[in-house]
Write a protein that binds this ligand. Structure first.
Ligand code: APR
Length: 231
């Protein structure tokens, strides 16, 4: 049994990390174009750095919830046959114990040097302009994928989607591509597809099976079923 699980902001909502599209299109009071585009960073780097520094501090204050825990448990059962593909830039999956994971939209705990391209762990608030550990230039930006930029690891994801028996999307609105199209790739490759979300998403009709409810409830019970079905 090979499984790909795509997660979005909804899986971290009950940990206290705000989603993007549930608050009238505003993300912590900002329009997404103000903080999540390369143009915004060029125009006003300080606002963007402050925004992501604040997100990093906020995520450090919260904990994984039972949905993250359940996916870590599933990985203990399936090993590398489970790939978690997250759109989230928080580290709650890792803190719950997931290891076979890709952050397709980047990682809040990493910085990207705009001078040399090296990715490095964030060791200080980026608004303070710490130097790149590789080249020494003080030109680090958050290592997050902004609108108009290419997501990470699409080759790894594509390979896993084409080989999976089951694809699950958890807590994502299906508004952002290419992630919103993964269900189509998995289904075309013959996988059973399931959506676990609080309410209907923009792509609900594309799934074979849909379960609505808070991730902290629906994900653990779905994981129980998957684990029971294979024993
Ligand atoms: N349990 C399950 N689902 C939930 C919960 C919950 N407790 N709370 C909210 N949701 C659902 C919402 O109903 C919504 O469908 O999670 C989804 C969150 O959708 P978005 O806010 O659009 O987040 P996401 O799909 O992850 O956004 C994709 O957009 O701005 C970009 O790069 C950013 O990775 C992000 C991408």
């Amino acid at each position: 049994m090979r499984l790909v699980v795509l997660t979005g902001a909804g899986i971290s909502a009950e940990s206290g990390v705000p989603t993007f599209r549930d608050a009238g299109g505003l993300w912590e009071g900002h329009r997404v174009e103000e903080v999540a585009t390369p143009e915004a960073f060029e125009r006003d780097p300080e606002t963007v750095q402050r925004f992501y520094d604040a997100r990093r501090r906020a995520v450090a204050q919260v904990d994984p919830n039972p949905a993250h825990d359940a996916l870590a448990r599933l990985e203990r059962e399936l090993g590398d046959n489970l790939l978690v593909v997250t759109q989230n830039i928080d580290d709650l999956h890792e803190r719950a114990g997931s290891r076979h994971i890709v952050h397709m939209h980047g990682d809040l705990l990493m910085a990207l040097c705009t001078a040399c391209g090296r990715r490095s762990s964030v060791t200080a608030e980026l608004i303070e302009r710490p130097p790149c550990p590789q080249c020494g230039e003080r030109m680090l930006r958050p290592d997050v994928v902004w609108f108009g930029e290419m997501p990470y690891d699409l080759d790894v994801i594509d390979e896993a989607l084409l080989a999976c028996d089951m694809f699950a999307a958890i807590g994502t609105s299906g508004a952002v591509y290419p992630a919103a199209g993964f269900v189509i790739t998995a289904a075309a490759a013959g996988a059973h597809t399931i959506e676990l979300n609080l309410t209907a998403s923009e792509i609900t009709p594309l799934f074979d099976e849909v379960r609505h409810g808070p991730a902290s409830l629906v994900v653990p019970s779905w994981v129980d079923e998957v684990v029971t079905a294979r024993t």
